[in-house]
Design a protein around this ligand. Sequence first.
Ligand SMILES: [Zn+2]
Length: 302
Amino acid sequence: MAQAKGRIGLIGGSGLGAALAAQTKGKEHFADTPFGKPSGPIVTTELDGVPIAFISRHGPGHLLNPSAIPYRANIYALKQLGVTHIIASAATGALVEDIAPRDLVICDQVIDRTYKRDKTFFDAGLVAHVDFAYPFCEQLRAHLLSTAKKLFTGGASDRPTVHRAGTYVCMEGPQFSTRAESLLHRQMGGHLIGMTCMPEAKLAREAEMCYALVALPTDYDCWREHNGDVDKHSLMAEIIANLNAATENAITLIRSAVATAGELLAKSCEHHKALELAIWSDKSRVAPEVRKKLDLLVGKYF
Ligand SMILES: [Zn+2]
């Protein structure tokens, strides 16, 4: 196996973190960044020789709602720790019939409908416009899909279906959609609805990291009428059971994808120079304090 040059960052819920923590002994980092403190401690460790860094997106105890997550600090802190590739996982609702709860989706597109989050590192004193036509890294997606194929193809019927693509609609929340909104999201071409992929993926691109998302559908959102006989408590219990089952499958997939990522980490990817043609400001006029604040991200271009 090729020697790993980078580090894989994992952003996910507490299920994923607990599972990895149980398997390995990590080192906790309490980072501070020019964009504030991350959601919580970042744990660095190795899985089969591949260096990883894990952060729980909603923080310890799931206290941060999707609008309150410090996305910039999380991405910046992962960059500080040498992360080059991010695999994120997120619970979602399915907007189409053929994506069933407990399946996994390796998303390929996003529609960003969020409106009250800090979405860029370049909001004052330096302008950068990164290419974002394809928000997820194709190399990383291909690695996840080939890993899924090896893991889940054939055999037992309880193996999850892994969808090769899907458009994730990111809403602000924290309330779920109205039925009219859910139908609108379907009309927009969405396959999944969630609240956390944005601006995470945008910031990863600005920080020149590869990023891929494993989405975990837990229910059919509200466009699809529920069976009238099912009471709300049973419905919630079903959603939680679906989330737990999907999380277990996602952990199996991500763990295996990380363990076999040595060659992927050694490869170059266009996302590691995403800012090369993106800085529109006259560099000679960028204030020293702005340059200093953004040095980790743009230093190599000055
Ligand atoms: Zn990439």
